[in-house]
Design a protein around this ligand. Structure first.
Ligand code: ZN
Ligand code: ZN
Length: 342
């Protein structure tokens, strides 16, 4: 089969011919229907996030497809079933795994980001059937981005629910794929007034279409003052930073009111500097959040299956074009999500 593999940090992916895996006992082979191209993969390819234990490795952690073959002892899925793939694989027995937050495993085994190959390929080997969630009305190519781009903000928002009252404002920084689902989910799950911030005007236009009440360009001078103004001097009660840089985190902290919460999403980076009486209001909480649980993915898929959570804009690309996709996503030329269809 064809697989787009990273051989060396800082180099383009290589479209290799590799053996199609055969599922052993308890394993499932998926024919990839769609694999979302995530911004995190850019950080991995560039070598900013050096988590890969081996190379060459097939990247791709936002996957859905159809069951192509099952190993002995697999009962919950059958050949031909459309499924979404939960990607935050873990060891299954550390504290995080047994609590259900397998994506936070002490020894992460995330698909496409560990020793396990990911979904930028024709087929994907799944080590356990519990990672598969059957699809009903959703097609695999639309479901794929839900497994990260929607799941990650869903978890972040659910953990911040006590801070998301209808009489308050919420700040979303960075309107990429995750930020877009963040705006949609805030609209769906809370009554907050949503303030979206990005540096690109097309992303701000899209944010308004997805449900943001106010959009502000981060390039404008003193953006924190503008956020104070639109919140009538109060600041927001919750801020979600989907960018992860010094300046985005500084904006999140500066904009959050007393008793509020700042959430940093994902692995991108940046250091939050928080000092009371200097740049931080009283009793502001700070939390990092990573991906989501299997249960949370089931909840996200239920929202999408019911039609309440519609898709962000998706464009499709072939496996052979994956390095062009890398370039276009990196330079901000993609409005929503690119899904690779082998
Ligand atoms: Zn991702
Ligand atoms: Zn574990």
């Amino acid at each position: 089969m064809k697989a787009a593999r990273l051989h060396e940090y800082g180099k383009p992916l290589v479209l290799d011919d590799v053996p199609t895996p055969a599922p052993g006992a308890g394993e499932v082979l998926i024919q990839i229907g769609g694999a979302g191209f995530c911004h995190s993969d850019i950080h991995v390819i560039d070598g900013d996030i050096r988590v890969l234990p081996r190379m060459p490795l097939t990247l791709g952690h936002e996957n859905a497809g159809r069951v192509a073959a099952i190993g002995a002892g697999v009962h919950s899925v059958h050949e031909g079933d459309p499924v979404a793939v939960y990607g935050g694989w873990g060891c299954g027995h550390c504290d995080a795994c047994v609590s259900g937050a397998e994506q936070l495993c002490a020894t992460p085994q995330w698909v496409g980001l560990s020793q396990y190959d990911g979904g930028y390929a024709e087929f994907l080997l799944i080590p356990h059937e519990r990672y598969l969630i059957p699809l009903d009305r959703l097609t695999p190519e639309v479901a794929a981005p839900l497994t990260d781009a929607a799941l990650t903000p869903y978890r972040a928002i659910q953990k911040a629910q006590p801070f998301l009252q209808p009489d308050r404002g919420v700040l979303v920084i960075g309107i990429g794929g995750l930020g877009q689902y963040g705006v949609k989910l805030l609209r769906l799950l809370t009554g907050c007034s949503i303030i979206a911030v990005d540096t690109a005007e097309p992303k701000l236009t899209l944010a308004r279409e997805l449900g943001a009440d106010v959009t502000l360009n981060a390039k404008a001078p003193d953006i924190a003052a503008q956020i104070r103004e639109v919140t009538h001097g109060r600041g927001v009660s919750a801020a979600f930073d989907f960018v992860g840089s010094e300046s985005s985190l500084a904006l999140a902290v500066a904009s959050t009111s007393a008793l509020g919460k700042v959430t940093q999403i994902g692995l991108a980076g940046g250091t939050a500097r928080m000092k009371v009486l200097e740049n931080t209001a009283f009793e502001v909480q700070f939390e990092t959040t990573l991906w989501g649980t299997i249960k949370e993915l089931r909840e996200v898929l239920a929202l999408a299956e019911s039609g309440r959570l519609s898709s962000i804009p998706i464009e499709f690309a072939s496996l052979a074009c994956i390095n062009e996709v890398y370039t276009r996503v990196k330079s901000g030329q993609v409005a929503g999500r690119v899904v690779i269809r082998p």
